[in-house]
Design a protein around this ligand. Sequence first.
Ligand SMILES: Cc1ncc(COP(=O)(O)O)c(C=O)c1O
Length: 465
Amino acid sequence: MDIDRTHGLRAGIERALREAVRSGQLSPGSRLPSSRVLAQQLGVARNTVSQVYEQLAAEGYLTARPRSGMSVAPRPGQGPPPDLPLASPFRAPVTGFDLRPGLPDLSLFPRRAWLAATRHVLRTMPHAALAYGDPHGSAELREALAGYLGRARGVITTPGNVLICAGYTHALRMLCQAVDRGRSTIAFEDPTVPDYPALAGRSGLHVRRIPVDGAGLMIGHLGDEVAAVVTPAHQFPTGVTLSPQRRRELVGWARRAGAVVVEDDYDGEFRYDRQPIGALQGLDPDTVVYIGTVSKTIAPALRIAWLVAPTRLIPALREVLRFQETYVNVIDQLILAQLIRSGELDRHLRRCRTRYRQRRDRLGRAVAEQLPPARLSGVAAGLHAVLHLPGTIADEPELLDTLTAHGVAVDRLSGFHHRPADAALGVVVGYTTPPQHAFEGAVSALVTAVRAYLRPEARGSGSRG
Ligand SMILES: Cc1ncc(COP(=O)(O)O)c(C=O)c1O
């Protein structure tokens, strides 16, 4: 036996014996030497071995049989399962330049302000705040958010209509459960993040995909759905802003159909050509459910989002919350409330807007000057843009291969379409994803890769320019 004495001799013998049984080195039924013999072999006190045998018998690894001593107990299963890899496949890291959409520049995380707010909270919160929190969210955060959302996004609400969730996805799942009246239908934009309609489908709703054109969701395609999920400020992924007329038509449809509009305001704080467009919710707080998140403004790791619901939906949502254990760490909620109250969130957002506008402009210049046949859209707001390329969807594999060969990771536009074959050729570029030091390199690599795609005559198959 290989005995590790770091934690004492007895613990070492115990561990070695347990491992030998677990690994199958000692098979079920094998008899063990008597405690006297093993103690002699190991040069330890007999009592030490007896204690080890007793412990492993109590844990079920050994059994004591009258007159035949200790033996290895029969094994209930097939032994320990093989180790699973620790890394999960969600957003696997890439080597090279990561321009996939979905992340803010994480190097801008307001570490100092977060630390100061943490100190403030830990110094001032009462002991009682450390008990189980309110599943609807902490009163401090809901109050701070009601004020912030009114001021920054034009949301009309009271703290009682705000519920705190662990991310947009959590809010959407709660909502699907709250609106479901039997087998109902819910509408999603097409294109959209495919996980969201999939999640609604798993919650038992039928899903209808409604096309998006240059003015946003095509309202005429809506029918008898219980809800329509939209990204009005900056449609994901096309970047289109829902036109004023469509905004009115959408809430008009919801009123007539007795439905709700679900406003996913994931990046509404970021608008570069004018003041942010106010939330759709402000137009009709009785029919619009507003969902916001810190995933784009601060960091997705925080898992904090909020749902602002019309009063008539609150009882159903509270009922859903009652049977869910997912709620957000209370201390983090208090820290975010302090960040909002102290004005640090506004300061942080101003810093981010400045940097993201510079990046957007840099990307825009690179495309206009160096990739003339390509076109960038959706640049007025948000953290990503769509790069449209000459060619058809049949050229997509070649385009993606060329990008990969140049170490550039982006998302293909077609991946967000219900029927990828119907999509125009393009890629979604998350220009806020790289940290600042990597941004210039990422733009250069993107330009070089797209130029290689545009000039296939270098490889003998004509030009796309
Ligand atoms: C369209 C859209 N909505 C919402 C979110 C935010 O999701 P969460 O709050 O779960 O991080 C994202 C994140 O990428 C998104 O792309």
